[in-house]
Design a protein around this ligand. Structure first.
Ligand code: GRG
Length: 293
């Protein structure tokens, strides 16, 4: 059921991504091609689906929110392209294909990530200008920008690399994950509410859902890196161990990881009670606890 709903959302999102980042025939074609290669090459489309679903739960029509949802996927994809670079995680496989710098080269991948990030804000600004409630669009954009930047995902990535270098202890693990993984999920859930002009009560519930969902999602990711199937995941497994990374699995072990995932899933389900017709976000929270891809 979850897979089916995600696929339904993906059928809406994929053509829109293609439209928002069209092929070009110009001297900068190489970087545009690399950006399209990474953006249109698979992925669960979890963040844009969450954005559209929270917008719908707060009374919006999902078609209006598509530019913001697609922008979020562009930001997520840029982070994956940069994270895969040799100076960060140094990975060869992403979404079942060669990583961007392997399919092209390093400078192209750096610029493709930059292009995706900038295009995301351009797409949102274009949509905000024509939006019937521009102030809601600006609030959503601000939340997305903050969640992606130094107080969000970039901050979390900074902490992650510092931990890997032994400059930051494992007591920072939860904050690192809340920023690296949770912040962009908050951009999706809270961003959708803000765009719909939802009351504070719903924005706070969306934040709580995203926080618990994000931590559980990452703990499951850590477990999958050790135990998952490379083919099904579409990315290299075992890289955390190879890099000597501090993860939930190395700090707490599999039993405690399972216990935490269950408690966080329950917290996400409690937060979802704030929304009527919350079956999809509840099913998603339950699905992630045992996800295999
Ligand atoms: C380079 C600023 C910067 C940040 C990188 C995204 C990221 C931060 C690192 C990638 C590695 C990692 C474990 C990130 C945590 C979030 C996560 C599990 C991303 C993968 O998300 P999925 O599973 O991927 O939704 P798809 O491919 O389905 O979109």
């Amino acid at each position: 059921m979850v897979r089916q709903r995600l696929e339904e959302y993906a059928r809406l999102i994929e053509p829109a991504l293609d439209r928002f980042l069209p092929e070009i025939n110009a001297p900068q074609k190489r970087v545009a091609d690399a950006a399209r290669y990474s953006l249109l090459g698979g992925g669960k489309r979890l963040r844009p689906a969450l954005f559209l679903e929270f917008y719908r739960l707060c009374g919006g029509n999902v078609n209006e929110a598509l530019p913001f949802a697609c922008a979020l996927e562009m930001i997520h994809t840029y982070s994956l392209v940069h994270d895969d670079l040799p100076c960060m995680d140094d990975d060869d496989l992403r979404r079942g294909r060669a990583t961007c710098h392997k399919a092209f080269d390093e400078w192209t991948a750096v610029l493709a990530g930059d292009a995706l990030l900038n295009r995301a804000y351009e797409v949102m600004a274009d949509a905000a200008a024509g939006f019937h409630r521009p102030q809601d669009a600006v609030r959503a954009m601000r939340h997305i920008a903050r969640s992606a930047g130094i107080y969000g995902m970039v901050g979390g990535q900074t902490m992650d690399l510092q931990m890997e270098a032994g400059r930051l202890g494992s007591e920072n693990l939860e904050q690192m994950v809340a920023l690296k993984t949770g912040a962009l999920l908050s951009a999706a859930c809270v961003g959708g509410c803000l765009l719909a002009g939802a009351p504070q009560r719903q924005c706070q519930a969306a934040e709580r859902y995203a926080h618990s969902f994000g931590l559980a999602f990452q703990i499951r990711d850590d477990v999958l890196d050790a135990e998952g199937d490379e083919k099904e995941l579409g990315k290299t497994v075992g890289s955390d161990e190879k890099d000597g990374k501090t993860t939930y699995l190395t700090v707490f072990g599999p039993g405690e990881c399972r216990r935490r995932i269950d408690a966080l899933t329950q917290d996400a389900l409690d937060a979802a009670l704030c929304f009527s017709d919350s079956s999809f976000i509840c099913d998603l929270a339950r699905w992630l606890a045992g996800r295999t891809y």
